[in-house]
Ligand binder design. Sequence first.
Ligand code: ADP
Ligand code: MG
Length: 299
Amino acid sequence: MKIRADPWLSLLAQSSGRNSLPATRNCSLPAATIADVALLEVRNLTKVFPLGESMLGGGAKGEVRAVDDVSLDIEAGETLGLVGESGSGKSTFGRLVLRLIEPSAGSIYFKGRNLLTASRSEMRRLRRDMQIIFQDPFGSLDPRLRVEDIISEPLVIHERMSRSTRRARTAELLDAVGLDKSVLRRFPHEFSGGQRQRIGIARALALRPKFIVADEPVSALDVSVGAQIVNLLAQLQREFGLTYLFISHSMPVVRYLATRIAVMYRGKIVEVGATEQITTGPQHPYTRSLLEATPEVVV
Ligand code: ADP
Ligand code: MG
C-alpha cells in the first residue's frame, strides 16, 4: 500500500520556498521581543467536568479530567504549539488560560498578574490583550452583522474613539488580513471559509492584543486555504509582535508554525520542548505515535 504524503507538508514547504516566509520560522523574531519573564504562566491547572448520567448510562456518575495538573510557560513572542488527538483537552486548556471557563484548581498568571484573583475591572483590561481565534469560521461570526460591525465591535465596547477613527482602524485591520475595503458592507454568508477566518482574525486583532489563542484555526478549511491562513498568522506575528498558543491536532501544521511544542494526552502535557527537539528526538511514546501518523513527503 502506498502512503500518501501529508498535503500540509508539501504545501507549507512550497510556500516557505516563495518569498512569503523565511525558511526557519524560529529565527524570525528579534531577540529583544523575547522577555525573561513568561507572558503566561500556568501552574497545576486542572479542569474537571462532571459527567451526567446520560453520558455514562446505567445511572452511573463520573467525571472527566479534561485538563489534569498542567504547568506551562509561554514566553513573549513565541508560538507554543499545543498538539494532541481529539478529546485530549486542548480546547479546554485554551479556554481556561483566557478565563473563558473557570478552572477546578491551579493558577494562571498573565504578565505577572493572577488572572483568577483579578477584579472585574482588571480582568476587563487584561482581556484586551488576550484574544481567541476559533476553528469554525462559519459559527463564530454573527450572521446578522456586516463585516464592518463584526470587526469594529471590540472597539465599540472597549475604546472611546470617533466613528471616523474607528472606520479607519477597521480598514487597516482588513488590510492587515489581506481583505479589500469593499467587503465592509457585506455579511459573513457572502464569504468563503478562508475569507471568514480572515474576518475572525481581523476582529481578534482589533484591540491590538499581545496574546492569541488560535484553536484549530485551519482544521475546518481546505488544505491550500489553511496554508494561506497559517502563513497569514506567521506574518501577523512578525508585524504585531504577537504571542500564540496555537492548538492543532496536526503535527505538520504545529511543526511549521511553533517555536516550541507541547504534547497533550488525556489532559496532561506529556512532553514539551523546542520544535526541533520534539520532532527529531521525541521522548514520549505518544509523541512518537503522533509523528509516525504523519507520513513523510516523498519528493
Ligand atoms: P480537544 O480540544 O483536545 O479535542 P476538549 O478540551 O474539547 O479536547 O475536551 C477534553 C475532554 O473534556 C473531552 O473528554 C470532552 O468530552 C470533555 N469536555 C469538554 N468540554 C466539556 C463540557 N463543557 N462538559 C463536559 N465535558 C467536556
Ligand atoms: Mg478542540
